[in-house]
Design a protein around this ligand. Structure first.
Ligand SMILES: *Cc1c(COP(=O)(O)O)cnc(C)c1O
Length: 492
């Protein structure tokens, strides 16, 4: 019996392919520690696992970690079940996420919900993926006997989530570049007060873009990269996406009473990571009606989706994806969504064009040579509506209004990113379809905007009050890749 099952398991092992078509299919443990595929593409599963009605029915009654195990075991099937189970049950705990629900569903009124994804250590939804990733990395490194040095750049949220996930992990060091004097007090305190010896905070005299340029330059030195085992934790990592698929299922089961019902999700979007997880959940058979993509003033994605599946912005043609240049990115009150290009969008487009690799090379070739591609008028574009995605954007004034009205109407305080989602979500809400808005950060992190919206400061969670008095550990450098390489060399 055991033998038969293990044979079946090995036949069904999930493999990952690159969106650009190069290289042989790879197992999960191989792609876990890698960023981009060698051909510059992103890894995606060969096929999305499909869930039967019976499976969905059993999943409805599971606890969060049980549900996470069932879903993640379909993607990470190279990890022995008992090991994967331990990683997941160590990750999604009351100690780390504040309650046994892990992501509580908050009802605002009949048919309108907030899914609280921000109850983790750094008060933003990135904890859900990174807490899992930290443990999965430690496991994979222990198996192979390797070490990993994570080099990253942050404007605030990603850096702290990564550092809290990797602190104290065996085999992992984190070198995180942040722009000196440009993060909120809260974000700075959160990162710089960590005492762990494997965490290195490097404050760069410059902007976030300068930090990111340094990271790119260091990575371009392939010899250095290989020698010092440089890795990344950005959202192109498939394990991050897979772990986010889970809460779309969880939210659906909490908001409905049977699997014939459908729900829609409103998703604040930057790098297209979060909403891609929704797309994957929908492809796996979760009854999602619409995935409402919300951007702020940096609306590259709204532009692409407009009028494809029926968008807010009537009149625009849509179908054009034109990433912005650095200088064209506006600084907004939802800074984690201030992006010039949406990295994970490539995975969605791959599905949209029915995984046709020559078409993919044509489109990404156009991106390189012309700075944009255009699929308007093609069958690819009309296929958008089948994927359920519609898009919209909000302005600073609309976000303030939404924060105020949700506060006054329901006594619930939301952060500016969540407000992006709620604003666009409400514009597209349908009478008979429950709408679940994803909460991606707690308001505490963005006190200035909250003050502007409701005239008072958000409460500081008790365990963060002590942060203010802790000493800060960081070193200051110019934006110079050679200096950063020397720093890494001296600290590994
Ligand atoms: C990262 C982030 C987003 C955007 O998520 P993507 O996966 O990049 O689309 C939205 N809100 C907050 C608070 C974030 O930190």
């Amino acid at each position: 019996m055991i033998e038969k099952r293990s044979i079946v398991g090995s036949i069904q092992l999930m493999r990952y392919i690159s969106t650009r078509g190069g290289g042989a299919p790879q197992p999960f443990l191989k792609i876990l520690l890698e960023g981009l595929a060698p051909d510059g593409g992103l890894y995606v599963p060969e096929k999305y696992p499909q869930l039967s009605p019976q499976e969905l029915e059993t999943m409805r009654r599971m606890s969060y970690p049980e549900l996470a195990y069932v879903i993640l075991s379909k993607f990470a099937d190279g990890i022995p079940p008992a090991d994967l189970r331990k990683i997941i049950f160590d990750t999604y705990t009351k100690e780390i996420f504040g309650s046994d629900n892990i992501v509580p569903l908050k009802k605002l009124e009949a048919g309108l919900y907030l899914l609280d994804l921000s109850e983790g250590p750094t008060l933003a939804f990135k904890d859900i993926a990174l807490q899992f990733l930290g443990r999965a990395f430690e496991y994979a490194l222990a198996q192979s006997g390797e070490r990993l040095n994570i080099l990253g750049a942050t404007s605030g949220d990603t850096g702290s989530a990564a550092e809290y996930a990797m602190r104290g992990r065996v085999g992992v060091r984190v070198f995180m570049l942040s722009p000196l004097g440009r993060m909120s007090d809260f974000q700075r305190k959160q990162m710089y007060t960590l005492p762990d010896e494997n965490i290195f905070n490097i404050a760069i005299r410059g902007t976030f873009d300068d930090c990111q340029d340094v990271v790119k330059q260091v990575n371009r030195d392939s010899e250095f990269k290989k020698r010092y085992k440089l890795g990344a934790v950005n959202s192109i990592n498939w394990a991050r996406i897979a772990s986010q698929v889970v809460y779309y299922f969880w939210g659906y089961f909490r908001a409905t009473s049977s699997n014939v019902e459908r729900v829609s999700y409103a998703v604040p979007t930057g790098n297209f990571g979060d909403i891609l997880a929704g797309h994957v959940a929908r492809c796996m058979g979760l009854p999602i009606k619409q995935l409402i993509l919300a951007t702020n003033e940096n609306n590259v994605l709204e532009e692409f989706f407009s009028s494809g599946g029926g968008s807010a912005s009537g009149g625009k043609t849509g179908g054009v994806y034109r990433p912005r240049k650095g200088g064209e990115v506006a600084v907004t009150s939802s800074p984690s969504m201030d992006i010039s290009k949406a990295s994970n969008f490539e995975r969605y487009v791959f599905d949209l064009i029915l995984r046709d690799r020559s078409r993919m090379q044509e489109l990404w070739g156009n991106l390189q040579t012309k700075g944009a591609f255009d699929i308007s008028g093609s069958p690819d574009f009309s296929r958008i509506s089948e994927t359920g995605i519609i898009a919209g954007s909000s302005t600073h004034a609309e976000r303030l209004n939404t924060i105020r009205s949700i506060w006054e109407k329901y006594d619930v305080l939301i952060d500016p990113h969540t407000a992006d989602g709620v604003t666009t979500g409400l514009k597209h809400r349908e009478a008979d379809v429950p709408l679940i808005c994803l909460e991606t950060a707690l308001p505490t992190k963005f006190a200035n905007t909250i003050r502007e919206a409701i005239g008072r400061d958000p409460d500081l969670p008790v365990h963060f009050k002590s942060l203010v008095t802790l000493p800060e550990r960081f070193e200051v450098y110019d934006a110079d890749a050679e200096l950063i390489k020397k720093y890494i060399t001296a600290h590994v």
